[in-house]
Design a protein around this ligand. Structure first.
Ligand code: ADP
Length: 426
């Protein structure tokens, strides 16, 4: 028994797809369907069919362009492509053959003749046009390809402009919302703190105190979220102001570790800080550096299961360190801090994306929103703010991790580069 032959039929009309596949399957062909040119090219590459039936008039990439592309792909140059088209205008056959097709069948399809015609092409039939005809149609084909490319570029340019406009609108919305929210939140926060002061409500019973503490911590979290939104808009707009002063990195690291130590203890996470005091001092905005490291350590805590370890280390590095950044770094010497965890890890494909605004690897609908619980996701802003802050200082942040694997926990290492510079001129 001979091997079953595989036919790819690229056709946008579902009735035609149905009809032709029924006929061919009745003759024991395996039929694979693609509803447009782009999909057809992909399937041709993956499936390596014995023959391709190609509709010519398709929206998007038409049959001529699809045939030209398929013929240029490795392993497909000799695969027969048979055009099936309702075009019965003069020159249509020549046009199809010049574009890379090896045969031409007109619609409506002759149900009785089709299987025999297909068998002929599979056996080796190839139709040709003479050289002079081919040359003239080739020019027309090329012109049409360039024309459609021009149309696509024009459409893409318009779409791109629209995207840019909605991106600006989105940034403006975030900026306004955050700005407007900050004022009432600050007021509520102030009153909540005041009510917690024992001199204001000296006789408040424990239940009321607990409730007030709940309100105060909820408001603090809300305040941080709004602050993150404001930070990201300033980073994006390039309007972030840094208060540059001498900074000892070991002191900032100690403050960050202190913020998380209770949560780390509760979750049985070991936090190790390797000696940093021999590192040179920086000229930087210590508040912003603290925020940047806090986001990284916070993530290390969130994405490491209970019982894991988080290690902070640092060293001085030279100009060779600049190579990690696609932006132009200027300094000669850098402090490189590393926050390593034994957590779930990050797939290599995501290493770039996680620094994008609002990007989350896992579906945000399924995570708990928490700053320190395992897998407690946030808004997807922490890393873009951290990298924005590093960049504002003339530095960079990047990640190393083998893969995302919550079972084996390969861990992640986030590296921060901060320039070691002379004091700024006043
Ligand atoms: P989020 O608010 O979601 O934590 P981030 O910008 O801080 O936003 O991080 C983006 C995504 O990067 C996270 O949703 C998480 O999937 C991944 N990620 C960040 N840090 C780590 C880490 N230390 N280990 C594993 N995944 C991480």
């Amino acid at each position: 028994m001979s091997e079953q032959k595989k036919i790819l039929y690229i056709e946008d009309n579902p009735d035609n797809r149905h009809l032709v596949s029924r006929i061919l399957m009745a003759y024991d062909y395996e039929v694979i369907l693609a509803e447009d040119g782009i999909l057809g090219i992909q399937i041709a590459k993956d499936e390596k069919p014995d023959l391709i039936l190609m509709d010519i008039n398709m929206p998007g990439l038409d049959g001529y362009a699809t045939a030209t592309k398929i013929k240029s792909m490795p392993g497909l140059a000799n695969t027969p492509i048979v055009a099936v088209t309702a075009n019965v205008m003069k020159g249509d056959r020549e046009r199809a053959l010049t574009a890379g097709c090896d045969g031409y069948l007109s619609k409506p399809i002759d149900v009785d003749a089709l299987p025999e015609q297909i068998a002929e092409f599979i056996k080796g039939r190839r139709d040709h046009v003479d050289e002079a005809t081919e040359r003239s149609f080739l020019r027309e084909h090329t012109e049409r390809l360039v024309e459609s490319l021009e149309e696509k570029i024009a459409a893409l340019t318009i779409a791109n402009e629209q995207l840019k406009r909605s991106d600006v609108m989105k940034s403006r919305f975030i900026a306004i919302a955050a700005h407007e929210l900050r004022t009432p939140i600050t007021v509520i926060r102030g009153y909540a703190d005041l009510l917690l002061n024992p001199t204001i409500l000296p006789k408040a019973d424990e239940n009321i105190k607990t409730m007030l503490q709940g309100i105060a911590s909820g408001i603090s979290r809300l305040y941080e979220i709004v602050q993150d939104m404001l930070d990201i808009t300033q980073i994006e707009a390039g309007t972030l102001k840094l208060h540059i002063a001498p900074v000892r990195i070991e002191l900032v690291v100690d403050q960050v570790v202190a913020i998380y130590s209770a949560d780390a203890q509760r979750r049985n996470l070991t936090m190790v800080v390797e000696p940093l005091s021999s590192l040179p001092g920086l000229w930087a905005d210590s508040g912003r550096i603290q925020k940047m490291l806090s986001n990284l350590v916070g993530n290390a805590i969130k994405y490491t299961p209970d019982g894991g370890a988080i290690t902070l280390s640092g060293r001085e590095v030279g100009v060779e360190a600049r190579a990690v950044s696609p932006t132009r770094l200027q300094a000669e010497r850098y402090l490189r801090l590393t926050i390593a965890d034994t957590g779930v890890g990050i797939d290599q494909d995501d290493h770039g994306h996680i620094f994008e605004r609002f990007y989350e690897v896992l579906d945000p609908r399924f995570h708990s929103t928490s700053k320190t619980e395992f897998m407690g996701g946030g808004m997807g802003l922490g890393l873009s703010i951290a990298r924005g802050l590093a960049e504002a200082h003339g530095g960079w942040i990047w990640v190393e991790s083998e893969r995302h694997d919550p079972e084996r926990c390969p861990g992640s290492r986030f590296h921060v580069l901060l320039p070691i510079t002379a004091p700024p001129e006043r």
